[in-house]
Design a protein around this ligand. Structure first.
Ligand code: ASP
Ligand code: MG
Length: 445
């Protein structure tokens, strides 16, 4: 296979559609915090890496900080403040980026100890160039040339500290936001034109729904980028949303798999166990519905009897945006009398009171009659790219929920999903009912 011998920016195109595993592939493998929680687990990670190297693959490893390490570092930053309310984000980044530096070095030592040629890399050493929005920087470009050269010349494994980069002008260390090492991994995979990016984690794949709520949830073999993006944004906390976006833009095939599988029992030339996140073209047997997500972390706000005239929605949502409150579902009715209407939307439950205050403060500008809301609600979402070409998918849900006396407060739809707002008490019933309705249940054992 042709390999570029020079630096490849992450905006360049990636590999082709090789559906079969490459006999000798270039891989990015990423290990999260629980997978590197202690020295024993780091050794287990090293055995996974060695297996891939022994199979002839070129490997770049991306690591998170040891479980709990980042939280501890953040806690120290907070504890260091006595008089100020917020800290200097540049210094926050200087502190929290250290967690990954430790694991990268430890894994390189462990690999060397197993006679695998390995070298650690921090973000600034590659470099991984980012914007200067400290604590939630975006990756702009990655120079993978040196890694590629070393794959070829020394068969050297690169162990890259995830979550961090460097701002291209100020030269200061940046971090990518919590959970950001997923994004590091996918971006590096794009930059070095990896054949695959394996995300090793404490679950063995992506499920049709949360197995804690739906015991009959099934592990998906494949899921399309767009569906995964919806799942991730709607509360399935498998991967950082931005990493999925990046995978979609650069068509990086991503596999979510378990780091607790025994390294020796896996055939590095076969199809990896886990869930493949890929382009929809690669999914031959497409189901209409792929997954059911839900979130109980939202609150509903209804602004009653607002005047039906231009500018009202702006008067409501601009102050909310200025207060940095993320609005999700928005439903407005068409007014019957041409004078007033109701407008309902959802916000994160944590911002509920603040959102009510913002609206109350803008009462004059908005001109509404009443304001009410609820926090004991849940949003249940049904996702599947098959919905684009099938009609009546949502209608089936309405009937099934009605039969179980689940009341729907609000409905929103998009091309590949619909979301229902219901009373929180009915979450489990609704999710299980829909899971069965759309044929997602695994066979009884
Ligand atoms: N260590 C960072 C965090 O805990 C980044 C990551 O694990 O992805 O958020
Ligand atoms: Mg994570």
């Amino acid at each position: 296979m042709l390999r570029p011998s020079h630096g490849v920016g992450i905006y360049t195109r990636l590999f082709g559609e090789n559906a079969q595993p490459d006999p000798m592939a270039r891989l990015v493998v990423k290990f999260g915090g629980t997978s590197v929680a202690d020295i024993d687990r780091i050794r287990n990670v090293a055995r996974h890496v060695k297996r891939e190297v022994d199979a002839g693959h070129e490997v770049a490893v991306v690591v998170s900080a040891m479980a709990g390490a980042t939280d501890r570092l953040v806690g120290w930053c907070e504890a260091a403040l006595k008089t100020r309310r917020i800290f200097d984000a540049r210094e926050y980044d200087a502190v929290v980026a250290t967690g990954e530096q430790v694991t990268a070095g430890l894994l390189a030592i462990t690999l060397q100890d197993m006679d695998v040629n390995a070298r650690s890399w921090q973000g600034w050493q590659l470099p991984i160039l980012t914007s200067n929005v400290h604590a939630s920087a975006r990756i702009l470009d990655i120079d993978g040339a040196e890694l590629i050269r070393r794959f070829g010349e020394r068969r050297e494994v690169a162990v890259v500290a995830g979550f961090q980069g460097v701002h291209k002008e100020t030269n200061r260390i940046t971090t990518l936001g919590r959970g950001g090492s997923d994004t590091s991994a996918v971006a590096i995979a794009a930059a070095i034109r990896a054949d695959r990016c394996d995300i090793y984690t404490d679950v063995d794949g992506v499920y049709t729904s949360d197995p804690r709520i739906v015991p009959r949830a099934r592990r998906l073999q494949k899921i399309a980028f767009e569906e995964m993006l919806e799942l991730a944004s709607l509360g399935a906390k498998v991967m950082q949303v931005r990493s999925v976006e990046l995978g979609m833009v650069h068509n990086v095939r991503i596999v979510v798999r378990s780091s607790f599988d025994r390294p020796e029992e896996i055939d590095s030339h076969g199809n990896p166990p886990g869930t493949l996140i890929c382009d929809e073209e690669e999914i031959v047997e497409q189901q209409v519905v792929t997954g059911i997500a839900f979130s109980r972390d939202e609150a509903q706000i209804s602004v009653r009897e607002v005047e039906d005239k231009p500018g009202v929605a702006a008067a409501i949502f601009i102050p909310l945006a200025e207060a940095d409150i993320n609005v999700d579902m928005i439903v407005q009715n068409v007014s019957a009398d041409g004078k007033t209407t109701d407008l309902t939307f959802t916000v994160p439950a944590a911002d509920y009171q603040r959102a009510l205050d913002v609206i109350t403060n803008s009462q004059k500008a908005i001109g509404y009659r009443r304001l009410d809301g609820a926090t004991d609600i849940a949003k249940v979402s049904v996702i599947g790219i098959g919905m684009r070409s099938h009609s009546g998918v949502a209608a089936q849900a309405f009937r099934a929920l009605a039969e179980r006396a689940v009341n729907i407060r609000a409905i929103t739809t998009s091309e590949i999903k619909f979301s229902l707002l219901i009373d929180a008490a009915f979450t489990e019933l609704a999710v299980r009912t829909l899971h069965t309705l759309y044929g997602l249940d695994k066979a009884a054992q």
